[in-house]
Ligand binder design. Structure first.
Ligand SMILES: [Zn+2]
Length: 441
């Protein structure tokens, strides 16, 4: 495949010719004429998604309640969670993943807590729902990391509610059996792997959090939602006498394997505790904006060398450039200054999303494109004058800050090009049918 420019960690190379073998592994990256072709960036790693929530994207925006917030949104989300069956989940995820590929995501980490049948009884295959996500990934070709999630309590020290019945386990042993079953399901798709997860501090006891982190597989990524909402922080302080991240630092031996999703509310010692531990943070700017969560202190986190990736979370937006822009603009607005990402601008952001996204999805690799590694890229058109007439030093920033999705040409996933606008009719038709069945739009 020929490209006008190929982005590596040290900047643009190009033109470039990339060849792959039959499995999509890069065999060579050669210098070539810079005439013709598009630009290729590393494929984006989406470190946090809840596929089923895509079916409610955009339908929680008529706000009759003047105090509409995260918790009222959660009620609408629970309604959908109780409704959706395995076939519908698979159809929804297939549509979602094909749209992610169209926008430049080539890998998704699914934080999967919708486990049981509608009445709360486990399916005969405990990993039934995870298997449907893997089937959807296989249909679209995206790389997937399934993160089965432990969930037990309905708040700090409180039993789960009836509406949480599809999420909850009686004990950590049952959860660890699900992890094993999920690992087996990953064997059905070459590009699937797994992690482990705990929904949040409010959904598990202290003993359970420690047990899962110690007794679960030790060589896979571990994900947890943390400190997303102020009320959650206050409830945690009331129950444990500590803030959520404080508690994790004191009790859970945080390290590089941990991925703290949101971490919106941090005090100075919590922020440096995370960076000292090597743990990663997963930021989901469009969802955090949409739900009114708050703004993560990225400038400060970067100053301490913090490791962060992005996730599309509720899937209200599937555009990785929008996540990066919004993240930056939140910092600029709150700091009333413009330098969020430092000297290399958005290249710093792309690098952080790549590296920390790799840790969140259990994928290794140093540079964006390397011989011997799978070819995963986000393709950006070179025909718009704003891009074609721009120097290498401003090209990526122009793409990140000034492009719209018409420039996004799709992705190359494991060596296979998937072109924007090539919407698979069968996937679209099945998803449309599911939306009509769900009747929530
Ligand atoms: Zn989430």
């Amino acid at each position: 495949m020929h490209f006008k420019g190929l982005l590596q960690k040290d900047g643009w190379h190009g033109g470039a010719d990339v060849t792959t073998d039959d499995s999509g592994i890069i065999v060579s990256i050669a210098e070539a004429d810079a005439d013709g072709g598009d630009f290729v960036l590393p494929g984006f790693r989406n470190a946090h998604s809840h596929a089923f929530q895509y079916a409610m994207a955009g339908v929680a925006e008529n706000h009759s309640n003047p105090n509409d917030d995260f918790w009222s949104w959660r009620e609408a989300m629970y309604k959908l969670a109780l409704e959706i069956d395995p076939d519908q989940l698979e159809a929804t995820a297939a549509m979602l993943y094909s749209e992610m590929i169209r926008h430049g995501y080539t890998h998704v980490a699914e934080f999967q807590y919708l486990h049981h049948d509608k009445d709360g009884t486990p399916y005969s295959n405990p990993a039934e729902m995870a298997s449907r996500l893997i089937a959807a990934a296989s249909k679209t070709g995206i790389n997937i990391t399934v993160v089965p999630v432990f969930y037990k309590t309905g708040g700090f020290g409180k039993p789960a509610t009836e509406e949480q019945r599809r999420f909850v386990f009686d004990n950590t042993e049952d959860y660890l059996r699900l992890v094993e079953a999920t690992a087996r399901e990953c064997g059905n798709y070459e590009y699937a792997n797994f992690g482990i997860g705990i929904h949040s501090l409010r959904a598990a006891s202290a003993d359970e959090i420690v047990a899962i982190s110690k007794e679960g597989p030790g060589d896979v990524p571990l994900h947890i939602h943390v400190a997303e909402q102020l009320r959650e922080v206050e409830d945690c302080v009331a129950f444990y006498g500590k803030r959520p991240v404080e508690w994790l630092l004191d009790n859970a031996a945080l390290d590089e394997r941990w991925n703290l999703v949101h971490a919106t509310y941090l005090l100075e010692h919590e922020l440096t505790g995370i960076t000292d531990s090597g743990a990663n943070v997963v930021l989901c700017p469009t969802t955090e904006c949409n739900l009114g969560d708050g703004i993560f202190s990225l400038k400060h986190f970067r100053a301490h060398g913090g490791s962060w990736s992005i996730g599309s979370d509720s899937n209200v937006s599937l555009n990785p450039f929008e996540e990066i822009r919004l993240l930056d603009y939140g910092q600029r607005l709150t700091s009333r200054s413009r330098n969020t990402f430092g000297e290399t601008g958005s290249r710093y952001a792309i690098e952080s999303v790549f590296d920390a996204g790799g840790r969140a999805t259990g994928v290794s690799g140093d540079n964006f494109f390397e011989v011997g590694k799978p070819f995963n890229g986000c393709v950006v058109g070179s025909d718009h004058p704003l891009v074609s007439e721009t120097s290498m030093s401003n090209r990526l920033n122009t793409i990140v800050y000034c492009s719209d999705p018409t420039l996004q040409r799709g992705s190359i996933v494991n060596g296979r090009a998937s072109v924007a606008g090539e919407l698979n009719n069968e996937i679209g038709d099945r998803f449309a049918k599911v939306l009509r069945e769900l009747g929530n739009r």
